[in-house]
Design a protein around this ligand. Structure first.
Ligand code: GTP
Ligand code: MG
Length: 370
């Protein structure tokens, strides 16, 4: 095993712990019997003792996401597309989403600047579409990168009166890195100084050639103010989604990705999630990175309590013991016992690993101390 303690290794190869420590000491490494061995140390020791070792990743057993993914889905159903909206600050991402949802989120935001990631769902021609709104401010690179990771399709919003800007390019690069298809929405087309052809030629120059210019990128001209072009944008997205044949198995335990998280007064840790596969129910026992718990409440994007979230559905989950990191994967398990045991094992593993790191001193470091 790759992460094996000194005494465990000694037992396995039939030598004393002292011998193992002595060999490592000879290499300038001070270890105690409870320390974890590095992969290269194990190889040297194996060589020294003339034994063969097979290294496996000890996290395999603890990697609940890999374990989940290893189970094939025998049953699959079509699922809604997850769309992330990205672009430069103030180019109208939140307004566009508001118009799509016919709500007024942008007006309530502090300073009109999005500082978090929102997840929403709409219905168009009887088909659901999930949207993730991201901030355009340059400080939120991490959130944009995560947004691109969790999505099926990216909408790049570019204001027709402002053109391509630094975070437009950053957003294009995130979408490219995540290998997700993108649709370009040229917004604020209602403005007198709107110049959609300028936006098209700027993007064409960067290698994003519009379909109507013989390229492969869909451009849709829209106005978040008047609603012009929004139906066209939604249809373009649904068409793209159809080509992708997005599927999931709503009949199994849920796997969801955390889009954002926080500690809320009265509620405790809350996590905004999007379900990737399966169905998440109130009462489910879940593990999520270093956190775990029982789903106490699920709220939809309108703040209404609901009983479950199916594939691609966004929602807020209450009931975790601590605040999980954004980007973590939440997986539901059959029992509380299973979740607790795994969470304990994972916590112990990570603790020991950190402890081992901090107590292992090389002779060089020791030399400096003397
Ligand atoms: P960040 O989240 O901070 O990156 O901004 P955003 O891209 O979400 O922009 P937001 O929706 O907050 O809009 C910025 C400003 O542009 C607001 O004053 C909107 O009213 C205005 N705006 C957005 N879309 C349009 C549009 O289509 N036409 C016009 N005329 N104004 C728009
Ligand atoms: Mg916004």
């Amino acid at each position: 095993p790759e992460d094996c303690r000194v005494y465990e290794f000694a037992e396995k190869v039939g030598h004393s712990t002292g011998e193992v420590i002595k060999i490592l000491f000879g290499l300038g490494k001070m270890v105690t019997k409870n320390d974890f061995l590095e992969k290269d140390e194990i190889e040297i020791l194996a060589d020294e003792f003339g034994v063969e070792v097979e290294t496996i990743n000890p996290l395999d057993e603890l990697d609940y996401v890999a374990a989940y993914d290893a189970i094939p889905d025998e049953y699959l159903e079509e699922r809604p597309p997850v769309i992330t909206i990205m672009g430069h600050v103030d180019h109208g991402k939140t307004s566009l989403l508001d118009k799509i949802r016919e709500t007024k989120v942008a007006e309530r935001e502090a300073g009109g600047i999005t500082q978090h990631v929102g997840a929403y769902q709409v219905e168009k021609d009887g088909k659901k579409i999930t949207f993730i709104d991201t901030p355009g401010h340059e400080a939120f690179t991490e959130m944009r990168a995560r947004g691109a990771q969790a999505t099926d399709i990216v909408i790049i919003v570019v204001a027709a009166d402002d053109g391509v800007k630094p975070q437009t390019i950053e957003a294009l690069n995130h979408a490219k890195a995540a290998e997700v298809p993108m649709v370009i929405a040229i917004n604020k087309i209602d403005k007198p100084d709107a110049n959609p052809d300028m936006v098209k030629s700027q993007l064409a120059e960067l290698g994003y050639m519009p379909v109507d210019w013989g390229g492969e990128y869909e451009f849709v001209e829209v106005s978040a103010k008047t609603g012009q072009g929004i139906d066209d944008l939604l249809e373009t997205i649904l068409l793209q989604a159809e080509i992708m044949e997005l599927k999931a198995n709503p009949k199994r335990n849920a796997k969801a990705v955390v889009i954002e998280s926080s500690l809320e007064k009265g509620r405790g840790p809350v996590a905004t999630v999007i379900v990737k596969n399966g169905t998440l129910h109130v009462g489910d026992h879940v593990i999520c990175g270093r956190t775990f718990g029982r789903v106490r409440t699920i709220l939809n994007d309108l703040g209404k309590q609901i009983k479950e979230l199916g594939p691609s559905d966004p929602g807020v989950v209450v009931g975790l013991n601590e605040v999980p990191d954004a980007g973590e994967i939440m997986v539901a398990m059959d029992s509380d016992k299973q979740v607790r045991e795994l969470a304990q094992k994972r916590a112990e593993y990570l603790r020991q690993k950190e402890l081992s790191k901090s107590t292992k001193v090389t002779l060089d470091e020791l030399g400096n101390l003397i």
